[in-house]
Structures are given as structure tokens and as C-alpha cells.
Ligand binder design. Sequence first.
Ligand code: FES
Ligand SMILES: [Fe+2]
Length: 441
Amino acid sequence: MLQEAIPDLAKYVEPDRVRREVYTDPDIFELEMQRIHEKVWIYCGHETQVPKAGDYYAVQIGRQPMLMVRGSDGSIHVLYNRCPHRGNMMCGDRKGNAGEFFRCSYHAWTFHHDGKLRSIPMIESGYAGTPLNKESPDCSMKRAARVENYRGFVFASLAKDGPTLKEFLGKAIVAFDDMCDRAPAGEVEIVPTCFRVIQHSNWKIFLENQLDALHPSVVHQSTGRAAHEVEKQIAKQAKKGEVPLSYHMLSAFATVTIDKWDAFQTINYPYGHCILTGYMGLRPQDPDTKAYDEIMIKAYGQKRFEEIVGVNIHHVLIYPGLSVQSQLQQLRAVRPLSVDKTLTEIWHFRLKGAPEAIYRRSLAYYNLVNSPSTLINADDLENFWKCHQGLSSDGGKWVSFARHLGRDVEKDGVVETAPNCGTSEAPMRNQMKAWAEYMRG
Ligand code: FES
Ligand SMILES: [Fe+2]
């Protein structure tokens, strides 16, 4: 039906612009859920969210309520959160422990952690001679078609065919390598609670903003300037002029002025993924960093240590649902709820084996930049809502992505912004290219 409603998707996406309906049409949203979110690899969560057998965590993939579950053998399963009997949701809580098996709260059918039927009350007397076959998959909880775990990050795809997780991630896999490699123990642990923000705007508006290098010094200028003023006062009073690094996290939005943003670079990959290099060098020579460096050198040796901390990325966008800041150990997962409503989950991680001070640095960034309690996030949220409102009006038909178009450097399907073109709208063009490919089916 939806295919008939959108006969010619090509007319919605041109090289430098996109029709407004792409953000506002509920039929297009439904098709996006079918052809993108319920097909590609979607981040479910980190394995440390479900450490013990029976632990589960609810997660939304496209329109499907799912459960990430730890089995008794240690493996992780992703199941539809639905009882095969009469459709009751198996777990109403966001997270918990199912015990040795799932037990439906309606008529007590029970299921193993991998979703397989375990028992039905009075099965012989109730079902002998009926068409119900307890061995049929129809009697078990349905599983996600594919589940893969990369360095603790669990992804599921609801389509049985398609690229492997590694093929899908391609070079964007650096997001997870960079985060885990920075841990002396080579792995991270999730901080098991997150901020959840519901944005009153289409999901693509959030993703397009992530690597929009033009916006920070405009949108976040007032916040950055206020922080910079305080930073200067503290520097004047403090011994040796030392100011906590957290001020820099905010003041950078003002001190990196609009003209400097072209100096950064985005690298755009197949499937809509993108990396922003440079920007916030967090290699200060304070005692905390030095203590961390020493532990890292002990764990990896000088050469490997230099390689690890030399990775120069600020942000990795994994289309269509993840924005990772590996050097600050955080990520934001995007869960579209409807055409004009989007849930973002904001998570952060501990580097296993790193000193507490390094975790505090990640927590500071989490609270100061990404959380709903900061002005930075609020600045963005206001624009997201205003964008969606404007796009819902008859004030114009198109969204423009023409900035630095034609100046990108393309090689083997990878699009790099040319020198001094860091504010290029190449990331948005790359996302829309992937979008159009998915939507063609
Ligand atoms: S709906 Fe689950 S046992 Fe009946
Ligand atoms: Fe922003």
C-alpha cells in the first residue's frame, strides 16, 4: 500500500536538496521503519546492561518492542517482546531479571531465555487434538533475525539477509575500537542508566545535526561565551592559571569561532555513516591524564599507546540510529517514535582499568554537553522543534544541502570534504543518499 502511496521516491531527493515531506509525511515514516530501521543493524545496547542469566533490557527497533536477554549459557538473545499465545507483552518493565525463564503474566505460558517455549499450563488436557503444535515456532517468542556483538556492543537486524555487522559498519567500526582501545583492559562497561529525551521532531533532523559543523558556534555560542567568561575569571585567580577541563568542554563552543570550523573534516562512508575528525583535543598534560597515560603504557607498550591516543576523531555517526563520541565514552541512540517524535537515549561508559578521574571527565561531558540539563542540548532541541514546525508549513518545499557541493573529494565510494570545507553539508547529502537507496527497496 505504502509503495503505491509513494510512487516516485526519486522526486524527493536531489543531489543538493530534499523535499520537506521526507520529514513530515506519516506514510514516508512508515516506509522508513519497514525499509530502514526494521532491516538494518540497529544498536540494542551494551552487553554489560545484562550481566547475569535472565537479565533483560527492553529496546525499540523501528516499531517493534524488543528484549535484549542474557541466556543461561552466557549468550545474548534479542526477542520480540510478545507472548505467542494471545500477544501479551512479555515484560512490561524497561529492565529486570526474568529468573530461570520468562513467564507470561496472562496465562502462564513459560519460555526459555532464547524465546523457545518451555511449558503451557495443562497442555495435554487443553490442547490434545487441537491444531496447536508446541514444537512450532508459532509457539515460541520470535527472535530477531540476526544478532551480533562487536566488542560488547550488541546489534540486531530484523531482516535475515543483508551485510554482516562488520560489513555494515565498515570504517565506522572505529567508534567501538577507539572507545575500547582507550581502556587499559581493552573493554568498556556501561553506566547502567541513561537520559531519555523525547524530541518533537523527525528522527533525521537529529542525525543531520550531529556532524553539522556550521551550527555549534552559532547555536551554542551564548553558552560557550558564558563558560569562557567564567573560565577566564578562574584562570586569573587560580594558581598557575589552571582551570578545570570541564570549562573547556563548554567554552570551546565560543572559542572555536565560525570561521575555524571549515578547518575540520568529515569523511563520509557507504550506508550513510560519517566521521568528524579533530576539534576537541583532550590530551592535556594534567596529573590525571599523566596517571592514565602511565597505566596505558604499562598495558599496551609505548608504541601501541601512541597509536591509540593518536586516533583523531571527535564523532562517529552510524546511520540510521547511533551517534558515538568514543574519546569521551558516550553515545546517543536514536529511536524514532512517529513522524514528529523521536526518542534519544544518551549513554556513557567507563574505561575498564582507567582511573576514576578519567571516568569523571566523561561524566562531566555527559552532563555538560549531552544531557537534557545542559544549555547545549537545550539549544539543539529548540532548533529541532523549530525545524520540524517550519517544515510542516507551506512556507517552502525544499531543504537545502548545497553547502560546498561539488568540492568534495570522492574515492572508492568514500566522500571526504576538501581542505578548508569542513562545514560542507556532505554528511547530510551522504545520509540522504543512503536513505534513498534503502527506500527504493
Ligand atoms: S497471552 Fe501470554 S500466556 Fe496468554
Ligand atoms: Fe549542537
